[in-house]
Design a protein around this ligand. Structure first.
Ligand code: PMP
Length: 386
């Protein structure tokens, strides 16, 4: 079948592809341990379950809502923005979407034309690059600096859009106030837009998360902020998030969303309203912190992996260049030989590194998966010496 050039130029999203392979092996009866993505083992917050039970107890009339989300849902998201992020916004500047991915696609679609430049810091969440590819954008990958400076930003060159992920997947970097100030200044002196993905805003172990939009005139500078229920509220499958965008862009996102998905599903909007009002799963952050430390402790004595404790997020990002530079091959054979799925850094723009999502299984399985990674690395080292 002849498909479009546009789709033939595009690749499936690496994270979902790896997760799909792990799932297929599991279904075939293989005891696969899946660290390829972060699916929380926590249930949805109690406030969400209550809100859904209440909704289900009514007549179960699930309406088509306004494409950008029911007005009262958007109003409650504005209250969240005010209380938690220090941002004043009105409901017509909020678009409820089927997760951060849809918000990202719509924002990039509405801000760019094919061939426009988008800058992405690497390592990066694969969806930034895959989405930009789908839209035919020119992608400039820049190394994520430990500390962002005005010089580093100027060196990026002109761009239509700069994508910032704060807190950052996979390194856990939480941008400081000073760095956010540099980003604001960059937006002021360039004609580029900043799209900030704040999906991990509540998964912080060290430091404080600040929204760029709270520090600048985001309407005038054309700053877009994306939020998601998936990670901060352990609600991956609910497929709901939202974007805060200056009114003309919010309107454009409506235009795009209307014929594709229309509104996010009503039950997910109800769930989002309850979650974003402050209903996070109790004990989740402490649990993630303990798991993070457990894996770090297990890997500390391993000479071929270097891993800094991340300040946020559900991932560990490790440098295994002392073992191999072929991390794609490592991930492939680790899955085949040891039944452990993880993300090779290649998919995140930095070969030589691996990403471990550590929040999905019980602790015994987590330990076993890490044990298998170490054993496989040791086996490769012994084979190289022989
Ligand atoms: N942004 C980033 C950087 C992510 O890693 C994730 C989860 N993998 C998301 C957003 C969540 O996306 P969605 O809301 O579409 O589930």
């Amino acid at each position: 079948m002849k498909l479009s050039d546009r789709i033939n130029r595009s690749r499936p999203l690496a994270t979902t592809a790896m997760h799909g392979r792990a799932d297929a092996l599991r279904e075939a009866g293989e005891p696969v341990i899946d660290f390829s993505i972060a699916i929380s083992h926590f249930p949805a917050p109690a406030a969400v379950r209550e809100a859904i039970a209440h909704e289900a107890g009514r007549e179960c009339i699930l309406p088509y809502t306004d494409v950008g989300g029911a007005v009262d849902v958007r109003a409650s998201l504005c209250a969240k923005l005010r209380a938690e992020n220090g941002i004043e916004a009105t409901p017509d500047e909020v678009v409820v979407t089927n997760g951060a991915k849809q918000a990202l696609y719509e924002a990039l679609f509405a801000l760019t034309d094919p061939g426009d430049t988008v800058i992405v810091f690497r390592p990066h969440w694969p969806a930034y690059v895959t989405t930009a590819q789908l839209l035919g954008l020119r992608i400039v990958l820049a190394d994520l600096p430990d500390s962002l400076t005005p010089e580093a930003l100027d060196a990026l060159g002109p761009a239509r859009v700069l994508i910032v992920n704060n807190p950052h997947n996979p390194t856990g970097k939480v941008y400081t106030l000073e760095e956010l100030g540099h980003l604001r200044d960059w937006a002021q002196r360039s004609s580029g837009h900043i799209v900030v993905d704040e999906s991990y805003e509540h998964l912080i172990f060290n430091g404080n998360h600040t929204s760029l939009a709270s520090l600048c005139d985001w309407r005038k500078l054309g700053v877009v902020t994306i939020f998601s229920a998936s990670q901060s509220y352990a609600m991956m499958g609910w497929r709901v998030g939202f974007a805060l965008a200056p009114r003309p862009l919010a309107r454009a996102m409506h235009t795009l969303q209307g014929p594709i998905t229309a509104a996010a599903p009503w039950l997910s909007q109800v769930a989002a309203r309850a979650a974003f009002a402050g209903g996070r799963p109790g004990g989740m952050l402490e649990d993630y912190h303990a798991r993070r430390d457990l894996v770090l402790d297990m890997l500390a004595p391993v000479p071929w992996i270097t891993m800094a404790p991340p300040d946020s997020g559900p991932y560990l990002w490790g440098d295994i260049r002392a073992l191999t530079s072929d991390t794609l091959g490592f991930a492939e054979s680790l899955l085949e030989e040891e039944g452990v799925a993880l993300m090779p850094g290649d998919a995140l723009g930095v070969p030589g590194f691996i990403r471990i999502g550590y929040i999905s299984d019980d602790i015994v399985t987590l330990r076993e998966g890490v044990r298998r990674i170490v054993a496989y690395g040791e086996y490769l080292r012994a084979a190289a010496r022989a």
